[in-house]
Write a protein that binds this ligand. Structure first.
Ligand code: 13P
Length: 259
């Protein structure tokens, strides 16, 4: 029996929330979490960091941001630096989400620079990779995700074991179409091999999350896969009972016997 890695269930609220809704959601999560075996985080819109920091204080819920600037400070209107996020107790920052790559033209190099800046401030970057439907149908999935991850490894090789990776097939995001556990596992296995090539045995501890229409009904099957170390959850993270059920599935997967 091999050791189970501590799974991570992270919610990505995207551009959703109000002061009132956040309060209800985080209170319900705090009330429903009873010392989970897995790690739990919520990645919230920047204006709500302070609110959620105080709502989640002394709970098992870690705070995350949805992006971070590649720059330390200065004339970058609209951006938030890693130093600023650190002041609000941010532990994780999503970088390279497909919505940022698609709508904000973020290149692999920009994503890599963001990951480096987060790491420099003790914030764990959750590096997102994933192919579009067109790329999958053209048989380019492996090549695309490997290229996206290679850029981050190239610039952050010395501390690559500190990152979290999230495989998020673009065609599965917000569509209700989930990758099958086998499809996801195949890509996770590939990413694990790439990380192992770069970091040797240290790679074994790197968590690779799955994201894309993960929900209370399909989480257990996905999280049972050997290389799926947690989830990055969009829509279902906005509903406390659903998010709690996914966390319960992660806890369960960690206690299941493994061959
Ligand atoms: P959904 O869970 O809403 O498909 O979103 C996934 C995602 O993009 C998380 O970052």
């Amino acid at each position: 029996m091999t050791m189970h890695k501590k799974k991570l269930v992270a919610g990505n609220w995207k551009m959703n929330g109000t002061l009132a809704a956040n309060e209800a959601l985080v209170k319900a999560l705090v009330g429903g979490l009873d010392s989970p075996a897995c790690d739990v985080a919520v990645c919230v819109p920047a204006p709500y960091l302070s609110q959620v920091q105080s709502l989640a204080k002394d709970s098992a819920i870690a705070l995350g941001a949805q992006d971070v600037s590649a720059h330390a400070s200065g004339a970058f209107t609209g951006e938030q630096s890693a130093g600023m996020l650190q002041e609000f107790g941010v532990r994780y920052a999503i970088v390279g989400h497909s919505e940022r790559r698609q709508y904000h033209g973020e290149s692999d190099e920009a994503v890599s620079a963001k990951a480096a800046m987060a790491l420099r401030h003790g914030i764990t970057p959750i590096v997102c990779v994933g192919e579009t439907l067109q790329q999958r149908e053209a048989g380019q999935t492996d090549e695309v995700v490997k290229r996206q991850l290679a850029a981050v490894i190239h610039d952050n090789g010395h501390c690559i074991s500190e990152i979290v990776v999230a495989y998020e097939p673009v065609w599965a995001i917000g569509t209700g179409k989930t990758a099958t556990p086998e499809q996801a596992q195949a890509v996770h296995h590939l990413l694990r091999a790439q990380l192992h090539h770069a970091a040797g045995d240290h790679a074994a501890g790197i968590r690779i999350l799955y994201g894309g229409s993960m929900n209370a009904a399909n989480a257990a099957q996905l999280l049972a896969q050997p290389d799926i170390d947690g989830g990055l959850i969009g829509g279902a993270s906005l509903k406390a009972p659903d998010f709690l059920q996914i966390i319960a599935a992660a806890n369960q997967a960690m206690s299941a016997p493994r061959a």
